[in-house]
Design a protein around this ligand. Structure first.
Ligand code: ATP
Ligand code: MG
Length: 283
């Protein structure tokens, strides 16, 4: 796809995060709907970022949002990606309540497959797993987006985005380096949030500083999913993701061989049908 800015018909804004804003668009020549994400970046490193983003063209997984291209725009870059018509899981549970247990199994399996692809094929970690970065479409696909592909983007001063604090693992808050285990922690919190229909920790909010958040996570007993309300397999899976010591927390392969993952992989869940039952405003 030869993407030219003048071929895009800009539509409605879909949301704004710490890192940028997203609008809907249609690529006129092919009538392809797209989601355009604008990210502010320093002018001096813009070309380097655009070059780093090129490897996304080789990214091809049913559990990762497709990349169509990127170009410089104003004081940043515009990334054009696959439009997921039902949006992100935070939006879905806010409008429709907690995500049904069988669907959570599907989300778990899809995110793990997406992470496996990122680690093995692209050799990158995700770094920002959370409900707003897990998307659903009405065909029934569940895909992850917004992973940290660009080193230049990370170091960009104009870009304040460093991964959302509320989903950050204890070792990462401590200033430790990013490892695969960090994504696992974020996945645990995310699954718990989908099951409960709310952010699971009591220390929610922008009001809490990194320091306060860290001491909370280090010292408090974190909430767990109750196995009277949820399947024991899911409860155990989440508890393992949320082991505070990264050395004791399972890695991706550990989770892929967990009984909950294996059950979720073969469970028959009609995501398309569930998706059709959701009440969501149009983008
Ligand atoms: P952060 O900036 O920390 O990633 P965020 O994920 O909430 O936070 P954005 O990534 O800017 O913010 O996304 C804003 C909203 O746009 C998301 O909540 C999601 O609902 C929607 N969105 C993002 N990408 C897509 C896409 N490809 N298709 C459909 N909706 C999307
Ligand atoms: Mg996002």
């Amino acid at each position: 796809l030869d993407l030219r800015e003048e071929d895009l018909v800009i539509g409605r804004p879909m949301g704004e995060g710490a890192g940028g804003s997203v609008v809907k668009a249609v690529h006129r020549p092919t009538q392809t709907p797209m989601a355009l994400k604008f990210i502010r970046v320093d002018h001096s490193i813009r070309q380097r970022i655009l070059k780093e983003l090129q490897i996304l063209h080789e990214c091809n997984s049913p559990n990762i949002v497709s990349f169509y291209g990127a170009y410089p725009k104003d004081n940043g870059v515009q990334m054009c990606m696959e439009f997921m018509d039902l949006g992100s899981f935070d939006r879905i549970y806010r409008q429709n309540g907690p995500i049904p247990v069988p669907v959570i199994g599907r989300v778990t399996f899809s995110v793990l497959q997406g992470l496996k692809y990122l680690y093995e094929e692209l050799r990158v970690m995700h770094r920002d797993i959370k409900p707003s970065n897990i998307l659903l479409n009405s065909v029934g696909f569940i895909k992850i987006c917004d992973f940290g592909i660009s080193k230049a983007m990370d170091s960009s001063i104009a870009n304040t985005f460093v991964g959302t604090t509320s989903y950050m693992s204890p070792e990462r808050m401590n200033g430790g380096s990013y490892t695969v285990k960090t994504d696992i922690w974020s996945l645990g919190l995310t699954l718990m949030e989908l099951a409960l229909g709310r952010y699971p920790l009591r220390c929610e909010g922008e009001s809490m500083s990194l320091f306060e958040m860290l001491s909370y996570i280090k010292t408090e007993n974190l909430p767990q999913l109750s196995d009277t309300e949820f399947p024991p397999g899911l409860c155990d899976f989440v508890a393992k993701c949320l082991i505070k010591d990264p050395a004791k927390r399972p890695d991706l392969n550990g989770l892929l061989s967990h009984s909950y993952t294996r059950e979720s992989a073969v469970a028959k869940v009609n995501i398309e049908q569930w998706a059709a039952s959701l009440e969501l405003p149009d983008f």
